[in-house]
Design a binder for this molecule. Structure first.
Ligand SMILES: [Zn+2]
Length: 323
């Protein structure tokens, strides 16, 4: 049974203190009761965390099964891969997330067990008035100056912050201190890693009334103190009017499509992760037709070949792939 059709997966929900219900109310996810739905992992192959194919001949297979049994069809020009290299999720930050940093690939290899590094990028889907993004250190904070504030519990003083607008893309290379502020809903593409060093938790308590553990020493070790304060990306034009490039780095490319009408898609012998942010998309492959709705994500294997996208009103989507 070939992996050559648009793959949908069951989302994996993560429930944390800082979550809410907007994965359902804004993105249409089928969540259960409770007001702590924080993350919807849409595409993941990381240890026991596995996306499972929801429909079609491959239903029930995990993403890692596809990597090992259908690698050529999935990856095309990027075959072979030891695991699916990217992780895509939606986050509902009802409260501030902890201030954190991720290692790079080299630092990740030193961990036990080893993990990939984590470079990530966010696209803001919703922001409340006054919602903030914390990204990078203010100028002038080297390691000793930063460490002093961290030990005093005043980490916030060092953090560069700004009020993002809907549609902004924020690029967070490994080693960049960051936090999502309350009120934001974002889409996040990242390396398939789950290593986070928490450096500050706003001096608050966790679910059990105790402060959540911090990883200050590891965080201080992996922070890149030379990076500038992080601002929203400036989108760049591509050779197609309906496509703008938000991020191009050595880990992934992130494009935004704003399409009204029809356009060809894919056919470049690589996989594409497609996440629909607005509208309804008709997706036609050689042998099948699919309707993709707002908040849904599909993985188009390299073997799907060139498809057609059609939108009867303006559709906005993210297209994510390996460089
Ligand atoms: Zn992060």
């Amino acid at each position: 049974m070939p992996a050559d059709y648009p793959l949908r997966f069951e989302p994996l929900f993560r429930r944390y203190l800082w979550g809410g219900r907007r994965l359902q109310t804004v993105l249409g996810k089928q969540i259960g009761a409770g007001d702590d739905y924080a993350e919807s992992w849409e595409i993941v192959d990381h240890g026991a965390d596995q996306s499972v194919v929801a429909a079609g001949p491959l239903a029930g297979k995990s993403l890692h099964d596809l990597v090992t049994q259908h690698g050529q069809e999935l990856f095309g020009r990027h075959f072979p891969q030891p695991q699916f290299p990217l992780l895509f999720k939606f986050l509902d930050a009802h409260r501030n997330l902890s201030v954190q940093v991720h290692p790079n690939d080299e630092q990740g290899q030193q961990l036990d067990p080893p993990d990939l590094g984590k470079t990530e990028a966010w696209v803001v889907l919703h922001a409340e008035p006054g919602s903030l993004i914390y990204a990078g250190l203010k100028r002038g904070f080297d390691r000793p100056a930063f460490e002093r504030e961290v030990r005093r519990g005043t980490t916030e003083l060092c953090l560069h912050r700004f009020e993002p607008r809907v549609g902004d893309c924020i690029f967070i290379p490994a080693g960049t201190v960051h936090a999502l502020g309350e009120g934001l809903i974002i889409a996040e593409i990242q390396q398939a890693s789950d290593t986070t060093f928490r450096v500050f938790d706003w001096n608050r308590a966790g679910a059990d009334g105790q402060p959540r553990p911090l990883h200050v020493d590891q965080a201080l070790e992996v922070i890149d103190y030379d990076t500038d304060p992080v601002l929203a990306q400036t989108p760049t034009r591509t050779d197609r009017d309906h496509v703008t490039r938000l991020v191009k780095c050595d880990k992934f490319t992130l494009d935004r499509w704003q399409l009204d009408g029809e356009a060809p898609f894919g056919g470049d012998n690589r996989f594409h992760i497609v996440a629909l942010l607005q509208g309804e998309l008709q997706l036609t492959t050689r042998s099948s037709e699919h309707l993709v709705r707002k908040g849904q994500t599909i993985l188009l294997p390299a073997a799907a070949g060139e498809c057609r996208f059609a939108a009867s009103s303006t559709v906005e989507l993210l297209d994510m792939y390996l460089p």
